[in-house]
Ligand binder design. Structure first.
Ligand code: BDR
Ligand code: CA
Length: 312
C-alpha cells in the first residue's frame, strides 16, 4: 500500500486536496498530516486540519510544523482563504478536541518514515519549510522517501509577483533545498493549476448536491471563488488537489520530461521564481517532472466522486 504524509497549510484548496486524498484509502494510506504556516498562521492551519479531519471522521495523526519560513518573514494569503484560513463553513465546535500528536513535524516525519516498513510518499501543498528541514536535519531519511508530490512554483506565470507562485515565494530557500535534493518530484505548478485544472462557478454550485461533505466543500469553495473573482479570476483553480491527484490518479495528467528546476533567491521581483533547466547540455541528474495538462472533464468528475464517497 502506498503510504503518504501530507504536509499542508489548509487553506481551502488544501482542504479539498485532503478531502480527495481521504476518499481513496485503496490508493493511498495517509499516515500523517503535518502543518506549515502559509495561507494563514501555523496555529490557524493546524486548527483547520483538526476541523477537517474531525468532519471527515479520520483518525490520521496530526503534527504541527514550522510557523515561519527558513529565512524570510512569513507572508500569508488570508484575503483568499479568509480570517480562519478556511472560511465559508461552520465546522463543529468539538473539532479542537482532535489530538495533535507532536509539535515537531520534523521529528514526527522522520520517525514515521524511518520506522515504516515501506518507503513513504510526501504530498506537499504549502511552503516547503518542513520538508526542507526534514531533509537537512535527517539526511538518511531520503533513502526511505519514495516520491514528493508538490504544489508549488510554475513554469509559466506567477501569482504573487509576475514570476513567483505563493508557496515558492513564501519560502524559496526551502523550495531550493527540496528541488535540489535529487529525490523524484512531481510538480503541480500554476502553469497547470491555474490554466488547466480549474472549476467553474457552476461546478462549485453542483458540489453542494453531493451530500454533507459536498455542502461543506461547496461552501468553502464558494468563499474562495468570491475572493478569487475579486482578484479578476474567472476560473477557480483548486491548486492543491492536483498534487494529491497526481499521486492517486496520475492517468489524468500529461507530464513533461524530467528537468532540474532552479529557484531564484534574489531579493527582487524574481524571488521565488522557479525555472526549468532546458539547456540541451543540462546535467543528467534531472529529478522533477512537471505536470503540463489534465483531462479536465475527468478531473472534475474525480473530485465530485471523491467528495460524494465520504457520505457513504
Ligand atoms: C498555493 O498557494 C496557496 O494559497 C494555495 O493553498 C496553494 O497551495 C497556490 O499558489
Ligand atoms: Ca496550500
Amino acid at each position: 500500500m502506498t503510504k503518504v504524509i501530507m504536509d499542508c497549510d489548509p487553506g481551502i484548496d488544501d482542504a479539498i486536496a485532503l478531502t480527495v486524498l481521504l476518499a481513496h484509502p485503496e490508493a493511498a494510506d495517509l499516515i500523517g498530516v503535518t502543518t506549515i504556516g502559509g495561507n494563514v498562521q501555523l496555529y490557524k492551519v493546524t486548527k483547520n486540519a483538526q476541523k477537517l479531519l474531525t468532519f471527515l471522521g479520520s483518525n490520521t495523526k496530526i503534527a504541527m510544523g514550522q510557523s515561519d519560513p527558513l529565512v524570510k518573514e512569513i507572508e500569508t494569503a488570508g484575503e483568499i482563504h479568509g480570517k480562519t484560513g478556511m472560511d465559508g463553513y461552520q465546522f463543529p465546535e468539538n473539532s479542537l478536541e482532535y489530538p495533535i500528536v507532536s509539535d515537531n513535524a520534523i521529528t514526527f516525519m522522520n520517525e514515521e518514515i524511518t520506522n515504516s516498513d515501506e518507503k513513504v510518499n510526501i504530498v506537499a501543498t504549502g511552503p516547503l519549510t518542513n520538508v526542507a528541514l526534514l531533509l537537512k536535519t535527517f539526511p538518511k531519511v531520503a533513502e526511505k522517501i519514495e516520491h514528493i508530490y508538490v504544489m508549488g512554483g510554475s513554469i509559466e506565470q506567477g501569482n504573487i509577483t509576475l514570476a513567483s507562485e505563493f508557496n515558492a515565494y513564501v519560502d524559496p530557500e526551502a523550495a531550493k533545498i527540496v528541488f535540489d535534493s535529487g529525490l523524484p518530484i512531481t510538480l503541480s505548478g500554476l502553469n497547470l493549476t491555474e490554466n488547466k485544472a480549474y472549476l467553474t462557478m457552476d461546478e462549485i454550485s453542483q458540489i453542494k448536491n453531493l451530500g454533507k461533505t459536498g455542502e461543506m466543500a461547496s461552501a468553502i469553495l464558494d468563499f474562495y471563488a468570491s475572493a478569487e473573482r475579486e482578484k479578476g479570476m474567472t476560473k477557480i483553480p483548486v491548486h492543491d488537489a492536483c498534487a494529491v491527484l497526481s499521486l492517486v490518479a496520475p492517468e489524468l495528467f500529461t507530464k513533461s520530461e524530467k528537468f532540474n528546476i532552479e529557484v531564484s533567491l534574489t531579493n527582487d521581483q524574481f524571488r521565488g521564481m522557479t525555472y526549468p533547466d532546458r539547456r540541451v547540455y543540462a546535467p543528467d541528474d534531472k529529478n522533477i517532472e512537471v505536470l503540463e495538462d489534465v483531462n479536465r472533464e475527468k478531473f472534475v468528475q474525480y473530485i465530485f466522486d471523491s467528495i460524494q464517497s465520504h457520505n457513504k
